[in-house]
Design a protein around this ligand. Sequence first.
Ligand code: NAD
Length: 499
Amino acid sequence: MQELTHFLNGAQTKGSSGRFDDVFNPATGEVQSKCPMASAAETTKAVEDAAAAQVAWGATNPQKRARVMMAMVGLMNRDMDKLAEALSREHGKTIPDAKGDLQRGLEVIEYCIGAPQMLKGEYTDDAGPGIDMYSMRQPVGVVAAIMPFNFPAMMPLWHVGPALACGNAVVLKPSERDPSVPLMLAELFVEAGLPAGVFQVVNGDKEAVDTLLDHDLIGGVSFVGSTPIAQYIYSRATANGKRAQCFGGAKNHLIVMPDADMDQAADALVGAGFGAAGERCMAISVAVPVGDETADRLIEKLVPRIEKLRVAPYTDGDDVDFGPVVTAASKEKIMGLIQSGVDQGARLVVDNRDFKLQGYENGFFVGPHLFDHVTPDMDIYKQEIFGPVLSTVRAGSYEEAMGLAMDHEYGNGTAIYTRDGDTARDFAHRINIGMIGINVPIPVPLAYHTFGGWKKSMFGDLNQHGPDSFKFYTRTKTVTARWPSGIKEGGEFNFKAMD
Ligand code: NAD
């Protein structure tokens, strides 16, 4: 049984708390390693060491810091296959999907190579007589990143990259479900030239997280995960005077207008609904066809596509559509919600409740499910299922369809399929959701834009990556300077306007 470590002060470090959590191979259901759960004392020491290391890193010029990012890009590309394999083994997603997870993280590291440009301050010459005013962006200090299981490479990289490029030290608390890739990334950063201690990986659970939230040396907290925990982290971090950005769960609707290309819409729904077993915060979990005729045509196109999906372990080759879900507890929750949908009167059009994979009977596989005639009062509509389950809610009109997405408590992403530019434009303009796709099912913005939802999908204001991340991970300091002709003019006692 492999014992995983923390990554502290530039080296793998064994846990000393005596507490461990099991890391499973979701395809077989077997425990493949033990992940150490850091104590409050271990976490505190990691923060203090990070604070000591940050001083020199923060004083390193931005171009030199950017060169570490440049080297990291090369190293990640060199190790892409190895990283993807480790990711799939713990998460369960297919190898091409694992590479997508790594690639989307890598793109943010590429973006961070431009940090010197992003960190340039502002300057006003002659703001007053003989007075200049300038603002600088300085690192926050030590920041914490508490990350979810579903993108074990992308999510940490979205935060660690910009935070480091801005001159901060980072303490990363990865998900205890799949901690290996974050540990490998920390090693690669050191190989890329990052000084020891600037990027600490502390594995753990609530004890480690609460220690980070309460520690005076932590200046900022980035969280990604489920909504109840996001809200908790946001409240506790901000009550302790820290800046915080906390990203939560989702229930993303895809609206299908009667004029949409129905094949395109069905392909999009299958990919976005079932890819990564539905374990994406940008997964489409609700299809909203407008009009019964559209709904019937859509269901007719969806069913054969869903029945053809190949659910298997990542080791079965690149034609696997999706793998198992992450844990037995996840599987149980998903199966419970599917049953609730049946009990509450939705029509289960594709029913895989008895799905079993020969040779992998103990794996956490869930077959694909399609519901029709789902209504907003049902649990499968209200809750984030985070599994391979697509719900269809039939809407009578465009306004009703948009109203469903508007009224839902989550507001991460949404999409509309239509050939009508006016409808698409109206939708994008009026909807109260953070990321919108127009004939694009998973509208994840690229590295140089920003990623973030609205409503209960996000607590805080600044988004992930792009220009927002450079704001989040720096503090503004503004200097008003005058070089007088000399002290001979005497003191000035009135509070003066600039004239
Ligand atoms: P989770 O909330 O269970 O865990 C996230 C992190 O919080 C983990 O590191 C975990 O150890 C920690 N944690 C869990 N319970 C805690 C507690 N009581 N106190 C302190 N820390 C705690 O989320 P998950 O299951 O790992 O991830 C899936 C969720 O993440 C989904 O809801 C998904 O929509 C969401 N997600 C959102 C985004 C986004 O950008 N909005 C991106 C990816 C995932």
